[in-house]
Design a protein around this ligand. Structure first.
Ligand SMILES: [Zn+2]
Length: 687
């Protein structure tokens, strides 16, 4: 499961339909125990120290891939990868055909030649001299040296840093233009470049949006620095300099060199600079102080004074002279020199794919994809909720549990392969935690055409069932889903009907679950990649918990008996899909996501329970050493009031969070058991 937007993001979970099914006490029986035992041994291996948390691109992840492929091969599944290239050792060669390799960058670092100078303006005659083709290399070098002597050097890491997606290159002594927030948004009739000529120059923009404080900002979707880089590149700028939002550069997310595999390189030099360095640049360039300019560009809060001046008027009214008519202004008498060299470490990774052909001559050309991601967070870092880096994140629930389910389903269907009419493609994805990279690669290079892919079934975190509660996402993506789920949930039981011969027969155990159904086909896991391509999806999930994305997500905490029952229910559903005369009917599901949580400046370290957020926001846990932990919040608490706002659901909570400021104390009111408690919480700046 991928963490979204820090500890708090919005994902599906609202408007759940809860169906309470009859629950019987589970009895242990022979075949059940063995399924349970197999799932246990898969989880124990995948979550062991040996695999070091299976971070995409690492040896541990590759070893997990080989383990999965070896099992596929033993079960007689056909290889579904393109000829694999994970080599070394016979075992690896033998399983190579199951590997669908995709490019992956596992890390970035600064290479040689990273430098940034604020230089003097270049007199016209110097420019003429520079342009003289006959000027030999040595006299050019002398001149550049002299210019550099007059420049102010910025220190990489302290004053500036290239962004992970920056192009590499060197620009010397170029003019610069301040372009406000660097946002071009035609539908909002907003263009910071309208009056700016940045062709062949450096664009300088502020991080965020003119109303960064507003979580419902219409600008929010343009806040991403990637969009700003695209806007600058489109206008012919040679580089984009983004001014950090946080006063202390090291607190700003842009001050950390990261690479996002889901989006690649920007095609333009892009760097972040500290507010202090920007201040010096503005002073030398003849602009008003940065804070004043930023204040002038701010969009007044939408609720402040209804019916008063429009944004435009308000802005002009208070703006320093230089910004009276426009959000942009050239920086006079200064130049910028920027050299970037971001070195990317390529560590190809792979999805593991095995195929079981269907039995029906016509229907076997159609496939059901069953998926689970096998990668996790390695030793922490990006995505981790642990208080420090370095410890192995075992990822037993996330998502060794899903992979064990995948392997058990492969065992069930391969032992009775004649009984499913449509074909089944088993895929263990990698790169999920890094941004659904593996599943995104698969849907663009599918083993079977997506038109023939009738459904995708995803398992991500199915090992921590509590109170027999099972969350199923994507139920709104096909008209048949609710029926299929209902039937599968009731299918097996003492003396009850067994819908499918051989499968779903629970040997006297009724697997009726308490279902929490969620319509949305989007969510923080691999099924999103398929739903985005209009494939009906189902997503199985037993809920978040305190060990989520921490080293303590270990194999001993998995509810193996419950998981084996979940797997049987999924087998029932897959069987139904495979044998139905018609394929599931795709439908556009009601979206339960309020969009991204971008724009938050603060974090609390809460892990909200998205499946259960009515009449307050229940917490699955709190991050160690976080503001929430320090405030005394605990797993199971239901927040009903935050920072003076009523919290009825995750949206209210998100809204309240959007209004909070770092290092300011707020009231938080919560219900714990029968008690109502009032605590104080002080948010930290988001990193
Ligand atoms: Zn995860």
């Amino acid at each position: 499961m991928r963490r979204r937007g820090g500890s708090v993001g919005i994902r599906g979970g609202l408007g759940l339909v809860v169906i309470v099914a009859a629950v019987c006490v589970a009895q242990q029986v022979g075949s059940r125990q063995s399924a349970e035992g197999r799932i246990r041994s898969d989880v124990m291996f995948l979550a062991s120290d040996k695999l070091e948390g299976r971070r995409t691109g690492t040896e541990g992840a590759n070893e997990a891939a080989v383990y999965i492929a070896t099992e596929f091969k033993r079960l007689g599944l056909k290889p579904g990868g393109v000829v694999g290239r994970i080599t070394h050792g016979n075992e690896r060669l033998m399983t190579a055909a199951y590997m669908q390799q995709f490019p992956f960058v596992s890390g970035v670092e600064l290479g040689k030649g990273c430098e940034m100078f604020i230089g003097p303006g270049i007199p016209a005659e110097e420019i003429a001299r520079l342009a003289v083709a006959t000027m030999d290399g040595s006299s050019r070098d002398v001149m550049i040296k002299a210019m550099r002597a007059k420049s102010m050097e910025l220190r990489a890491g302290d004053d500036w840093l290239p962004l992970g997606f920056s192009s590499n290159g060197l620009i010397e002594f170029q003019d610069a233009v301040f372009v406000g927030y660097g946002i071009t948004a035609a539908d909002l009739k907003h263009d910071d470049y309208e009056k700016a000529d940045v062709k062949g120059k450096v664009a300088v923009a502020i991080e965020g949006t003119p109303d960064s404080e507003n979580p419902h900002s219409e600008f929010a979707r343009f806040a991403d620095v990637r969009w700003k880089a695209i806007a600058a590149r489109d206008r012919g700028a040679t580089a984009l300099v983004v001014i950090a939002r946080e006063g202390n550069f090291k607190d700003d997310p842009l001050s950390r060199l990261r690479y996002d595999n889901s989006s690649g390189e920007a095609g333009i030099i892009t760097v972040a600079i500290s507010r202090q360095a920007a201040g010096r640049l503005f002073t030398k360039g003849g602009l008003a102080p940065l804070d004043d300019i930023q204040k002038a560009l701010m969009v007044p809060a939408p609720t402040s004074q209804p019916g008063s001046v429009t944004n435009q008027e308000a802005r002009t009214d208070k703006a320093p002279a230089i910004l009276q008519k426009r959000a942009s202004a050239p920086l006079n008498n200064v130049t910028l020199t920027i050299g970037t060299n971001v070195v990317r470490k390529n560590s190809p990774s792979a999805n593991v794919i095995g195929i079981l052909e269907g039995s029906d001559a016509n229907l076997k050309s159609e496939v059901v994809v069953i998926g689970a991601h096998y990668d996790h967070l390695g030793r922490g870092g990006e995505g981790s909720l642990a208080s420090r880096e370095g410890d192995i994140h075992h990822g037993a629930d996330d998502n060794a549990s899903g992979v064990a389910g995948l392997l058990e389903l492969a065992r069930i269907f391969s032992s009775e392969r004649s009984t499913h009419k449509r074909s089944i493609v088993f895929v263990a994805f990698s790169g999920e935690e890094e941004g659904l990279i593996g599943s995104n690669y698969y849907v663009n290079q599918p083993t079977f055409p997506l038109e023939k892919t009738v459904a995708m079934i995803n398992m991500d975190m199915i090992g921590r069932m509590r109170d027999r509660k099972l969350t199923i996402g994507g139920v709104g993506t096909a008209t048949e889903w609710k029926d299929y789920i209902q039937t599968a949930n009731e299918a097996s039981g003492p003396g009850g009907p067994t819908r499918h011969a051989g499968i779903g027969k629970a040997d006297g155990v009724k697997p009726g679950f308490v279902l929490a159904l969620n319509e949305d086909g989007y969510g923080p896991s691999d099924h999103s990649s398929f739903y985005a391509k209009k494939v009906p999806v189902l997503f199985f999930f037993t809920g978040s918990h305190e060990d989520y994305h921490k080293p303590s997500d270990t194999a001993d905490k998995i509810a193996y008996a419950d998981e084996s029952r979940i797997v049987l229910m999924i087998a029932n559903i897959v069987q139904t899909i495979c044998d139905a005369t018609t394929r599931p009917t795709y439908k556009l599901a009601r979206s339960e996501s309020a969009g991204r949580s971008a724009g938050f400046r603060v974090y609390l370290g809460t892990i909200p329970n998205y499946a259960d957020s009515t009449n307050g926001l229940t917490l699955d846990g709190v991050r160690e050493d976080s503001p929430a932990a320090k405030a005394g919040l605990k797993a199971g608490d239901r927040i009903v009031k935050l920072a003076g706002r009523e919290v009825k659901n995750v949206y209210d909570y998100t809204y309240a969070l959007g209004e909070m400021k770092a290092n300011v104390e707020y009231d938080v009111e919560l219900v714990r058991g029968n008690e109502t408690l009032k605590l104080k919480i002080t948010p930290a700046a988001r990193k």
